[in-house]
Ligand binder design. Sequence first.
Ligand code: SF4
Length: 201
Amino acid sequence: MTPLLLHACCGPCSLEPVRLLRAEGFEPTICWTNPNIQPVSEWQRRLDTLRAWADEVAHVDVIVAGDDRDAWEAAAAPAGFDRERRCRACYALRLAEACRVGRERGFEFVSTTLVVSPYQLFDACGEILSAVAPRFGLTPVWRDFRPFYPEATRESRELGMYRQNYCGCRFSAAEAAIERHEARDARKAAKAAARSAAPQV
Ligand code: SF4
């Protein structure tokens, strides 16, 4: 098996990338570097979930790398609700730290679990990994694991893993809450329209 450093954003998103990369002949070591996750209690909960699964189920090593919250505030937060700009800065920061660790530990290949979630900016993330990895002498392993997201959802539920309902930063928590409210309002409106269209007897 070929060693590969796998940046992981959380436990549920790690399930399928670890399985699929192993099937390709890679042996992943997980690298946790996510200073984007707010509040800190949420960061801890996601890390604990990841570690429990890595130790007890997947038997994969986890490296806890740097989590520079000040750097995240300086690089990503100023973009505010400009999602493309904010997420690009966030990916760049996390993937650079993962690649720094990869170089330090003698890895040749690097990837990220961000490739499994349909909620991430897939092309932007791939572009950034492809640009950052060579700067640290690493080869990016970029796959489209998004078709396996439903399986990751099913399996993580079955394992009783904690599953968050927002990406990580405070902006994403607000965006996700607005989307949930909009969806609820749309459902209510659809029900009201159906009731008023029903024949009166
Ligand atoms: S939405 Fe997610 S990827 Fe984008 S900036 Fe926030 S935490 Fe980072």
